[in-house]
Every structure is written in structure tokens, then in C-alpha cells.
Design a protein around this ligand. Structure first.
Ligand code: NAD
Length: 480
């Protein structure tokens, strides 16, 4: 990755960097090395107000711009991201501790979001409704105004692009708050979008700071008319209360404990590879990680005989040939350690992996870990680890697999591994999850709608579907 370079981050408002008088900062550390790589401004209510006013002032002109022109600007942002792909991937990798290869994939996806929603900007419109003479009735899809986008740290630019591109495409302006742990790439892209792609100042603003100091006042700000939040259930609830009070719409993308269900007729090679990838990609710091393996009991022993060596063969952290990098934040690393302690205290059987040792000077690295002997009532079967940890449960019959999979507060993803098409279709209908993957976990793309059931959230991102969540519908009826 090369030597760490300095990545100082300031707020980006109305097309320029904004440094507050008496600004305070927090050090930004690279999780893979512990090195300080820069500092991040920490704002408060004043900066939120400045950004919201800026987005509000820019709204009317952006809304009224010909959609084809808005779309062209978004496509140009996608191209700009591609032109800067390596540099952005290096920044992202340094900031998050993820591998450069993983970061590069996420930067590519970020470019795709801007290109895709740029292409949709002028083909998303209302309907004509025939109610008979003497009327003409039609619908208009109108933007809300200022959208607040509050983001986590696990896939920073990818999640930002996923939220920002559709919001802008249909004419909203945005105030985005990245995680204070990983703000670098979004600040850079917002700047380049204005300087190189013709994005009007104020259309995309980035404010930096903590959830308490910046996130909360942003959701409460009277100019903000819609909130998109990605993060924990705890914060989602808090934001939901404020949004309910203000009667503004909210999209929530929260956590998961997604089941990956393997039947006795599955293609074992594909299932082993897919199960390993589903819980280890990005060190398991993926909301839709397949972190709960449900095995048909008749194949349990044979499947684990193949799975465990495949997990043990994985290189990670700073090892040569690593397939995933570091845990991104110190707080998350501590949560991972606590999850291991919980697993042991609940009597789970560790088949490989375990808590990290206390080697001085090492990065925040977590070993891929498999726990068996897990029962559905254990906390490690129910709570999200957000780490490369797999909990293994068994079932006898298909209906038990459904009951066990659905016995969760979450409902983000579910994987099914079977060669029986009828069973796959029955399972897909019965599983309580926003995404069901058959024979390839996390299959899909920017075009496929994404979101949760139950405590995993509501509203949808990605695909054309996202545009409906960034618009409000007006019906016009004219007596002719
Ligand atoms: P978090 O909820 O602590 O923080 C997320 C963001 O919200 C940060 O920017 C934070 O500063 C801000 N925030 C926190 N409290 C807030 C409040 N009261 N008001 C306004 N803003 C607030 O979550 P995290 O630790 O950063 O991320 C991990 C969690 O995010 C996991 O639970 C994971 O499953 C979830 N996640 C979900 C998705 C998805 O698409 N469903 C994607 C990534 C992460």
C-alpha cells in the first residue's frame, strides 16, 4: 500500500472546504498499523446549520435542472471516480484497514452507482391515470428537498455513493455525514465532483463529526426533509424517534444475523466456498454477512470436515496472500473480543480461530472463527458480531430450517444451497429477509433492490426502487 500519507479532512460545504474558527479535530489512525494518518474535523450544530442552509439554497436550481443534464453530471462523477480509482482505493484501504483489492472493488461499485443513477435521472417519472372524461389525471415524482445521509465505516464510499447518487438523480440536495472514523474518500469525491464534474456548489455537502454532535442535529434540522441512515439498530431507533416527531420519511439500513442454509442435496464445493466467503469478506464487517450457518443434520459432520480446513487455510490481516484485512475501529475490535468471550461462556465449541492475542504493535486483526455446538437461544446465535465469526446450527427438515432462519430479530439476507429448484422457490418465499440468495451468497449488483425486514430496517436502496424512496408522489387531476 506504500507509506501512509496525511489525509486531513475538513467539512465540505457550498463547494469548498470549511474550517471553523476554533475547530476541534480527532486523530485518524490506520487500523492496519496504528499509525496516525491525519486528522478529522469535529463539527457541531453550527456546521450542520451551515450545510443544511447551503443544501437548501442549492435545491431549487438542482431540482429544476433538466434531468438529462443532472444525469450527465452524475455520469461524469462516475467517470471521475474511475479516473481516480487507484488513489481512492489506497485512501479507503488506509482509512479502513481493508485490503487494497477489496477497496478497489468498492470504488468500482461507487462509480457504477453514479453512472447507473445518472442514466436513470431522465427516465423516472409519473403516470397518466385514466379516470374517464372530463378529467386528465397524472402523477409527478418530486424530490423532498434536503436529504440527510448518515453513514457507517465499513464500506465508506460505496455506502455513500449508494445513498447519494439516487438522491441527487431525482433532484434532491444532500448533506452527508460519513463516520468520523472513515471520512476521507467521500470528502475527496465531493470536492472533485464540484471542481471537475460541474456539480453545482451546495448540491452535495459533507459534514464531519460524531453521531451525537453532528448526526443528531442533522436529523433534527428543519431544512432536512428526508433521512437515509445506515448503521446500528441502536442509532436507527434514536433517529427514528426524531424522524417520527418531525414526520419526515426515513430509510433505515441496519444490522443482520443472516442465515446461510445448506441442504443435503447442495453442491458441497460451491457451498463451502460460498459459506466461507459470506462470513469473512471484509473481515465480516458487512451488514449482510452470512454469519449464521444452518446445516441439515445429515450432512453436518461431512460439511464441517470440509469447511474447517478451508477456513484455516485463509490468510488474513498482514499475512502474505491475505483475503481480508483489519477490523476498522478500536471499539469494534473490542466488541469482537467480547463476542469470543461470550461464545466460550455460553458453551459453544470453537472449531478454529478465536480471540486475537495481545501481540504489541499489531494491527486490529481478527482470526476467522467457527463455533459449533450453538443452539438457537444462545446470544451468539442471535446477536450480530460484525466480525469473521460463524455460528453453526443444525436442522432436520426444511420446515425447521425456515423456522430457525426466521427466529431472529433481523431479516436482511438469507442464503439457500440446494439443487432442488422447487425447494429453492419454497424457501425464497418463506424466508423473512429482504434479500434471498440461492447457490451464491451476495449475488446481485447495484441494480438489485436492497434492504431489510424486521429490525434490519425499512425502505430500499439500490436499483430503480431506491428512486421511489427519494421522491414523493403528487397526483394532479384536472377537470377539462
Ligand atoms: P453506528 O450506528 O454507531 O454509526 C453509524 C453512523 O451513525 C455514524 O456516522 C455515526 O456517527 C452516526 N450516529 C450514531 N448515533 C447517531 C445518532 N443518535 N443520530 C445520528 N447519527 C448517529 O454504527 P457503526 O458502528 O458505524 O456501523 C456498524 C453497524 O452498521 C452494524 O450494526 C451494521 O450491521 C450496520 N450496517 C448496516 C448496513 C446496511 O446496509 N444494512 C451497512 C453497513 C453497516
Amino acid at each position: 500500500m506504500g507509506k501512509a500519507r496525511t489525509m486531513n479532512c475538513e467539512h465540505f460545504i457550498a463547494g469548498r472546504s470549511v474550517v471553523e474558527p476554533n475547530a476541534s479535530y480527532v486523530d485518524n489512525r490506520a487500523p492496519a498499523t496504528g499509525e496516525v494518518i491525519g486528522r478529522v474535523a469535529l463539527g457541531g450544530v453550527e456546521i450542520v446549520d451551515t450545510a443544511a442552509q447551503s443544501a437548501s439554497s442549492a435545491f431549487a436550481a438542482w431540482r429544476d435542472m433538466r434531468p438529462m443534464e443532472r444525469g450527465r453530471i452524475l455520469v461524469d462523477i462516475g467517470r471521475m471516480i474511475r479516473a481516480n480509482a487507484l488513489r481512492l482505493a489506497e485512501m479507503e484501504a488506509l482509512d479502513t484497514g481493508k485490503l487494497l483489492e477489496q477497496a478497489a472493488g468498492e470504488i468500482e461499485t461507487s462509480a457504477q452507482y453514479f453512472e447507473y443513477y445518472g442514466g436513470l435521472a431522465n427516465i423516472f417519472y409519473g403516470d397518466v391515470i385514466n379516470i374517464g372524461a372530463p378529467y386528465h389525471s397524472y402523477t409527478r415524482r418530486e424530490p423532498f428537498g434536503v436529504v440527510a445521509t448518515i453513514l457507517p465505516w465499513n464500506a465508506p464510499l460505496n455506502q455513500a455513493a449508494r445513498a447519494v447518487a439516487p438522491a441527487l438523480a431525482v433532484g434532491n440536495t444532500v448533506v452527508a455525514k460519513p463516520s468520523e472514523e472513515t471520512p476521507s474518500t467521500l470528502v475527496e469525491v465531493a470536492r472533485l465532483a464540484v471542481e471537475q464534474c460541474g456539480l453545482p456548489p451546495g448540491v452535495l455537502n459533507v459534514v464531519l463529526g460524531t453521531g451525537r454532535e453532528v448526526g443528531e442535529p442533522l436529523v433534527a434540522h428543519p431544512r432536512v426533509r428526508k433521512v437515509m441512515f445506515t448503521g446500528s439498530v441502536r442509532a436507527g431507533r434514536e433517529i427514528g424517534r426524531v424522524a417520527a416527531e418531525r414526520i419526515i420519511p426515513l430509510t433505515l439500513e441496519l444490522g443482520g444475523k443472516s442465515p446461510n442454509i445448506v441442504f443435503d442435496d447442495a453442491d458441497f464445493d460451491a457451498a463451502v466456498t460460498g459459506v466461507v466467503r459470506a462470513f469473512t469478506v471484509n473481515a465480516g464487517q458487512v451488514c449482510i454477512a452470512g454469519s449464521r450457518l444452518l446445516l441439515q443434520s445429515s450432512i453436518r459432520d461431512e460439511f464441517l470436515r470440509r469447511l474447517v480446513p478451508a477456513v484455516e487455510a485463509l490468510k488474513y490481516g498482514d499475512q502474505d496472500g491475505a483475503v481480508f484485512g483489519a477490523i476498522t475501529t478500536v471499539a469494534q475490535f473490542e466488541r469482537v473480543q467480547a463476542f469470543h468471550e461470550l461464545a466460550i461462556s455460553e458453551g459453544a465449541v470453537r472449531l478454529t480461530g478465536g480471540a486475537a492475542g495481545a501481540e504489541a504493535g499489531r494491527g486490529l486483526f481478527a482470526a476467522p472463527t467457527v463455533y459449533s455446538g450453538v443452539t438457537p437461544d444462545m446470544r451468539i446465535a442471535r446477536e450480530e458480531a460484525f466480525a469473521p465469526i460463524l455460528t453453526v446450527l443444525t436442522f432436520e427438515e426444511e420446515h425447521q430450517a425456515v423456522a430457525m432462519a426466521n427466529d431472529s430479530e433481523f431479516g436482511l439476507g438469507a442464503g439457500v444451497w440446494t439443487r432442488d429448484l422447487s425447494r429453492a422457490l419454497r424457501m425464497a418465499a418463506a424466508l423473512e429477509a429482504g434479500q434471498v440468495f440461492v447457490n451464491e451468497y451476495m449475488a446481485g449488483g447495484i441494480e438489485t433492490p436492497f434492504g431489510g425486514y424486521k429490525n434490519s430496517g425499512y425502505g430500499r436502496e439500490k436499483g430503480i426502487e431506491a428512486l421511489t424512496h427519494y421522491t414523493q408522489l403528487k397526483c394532479v387531476t384536472i377537470r377539462i
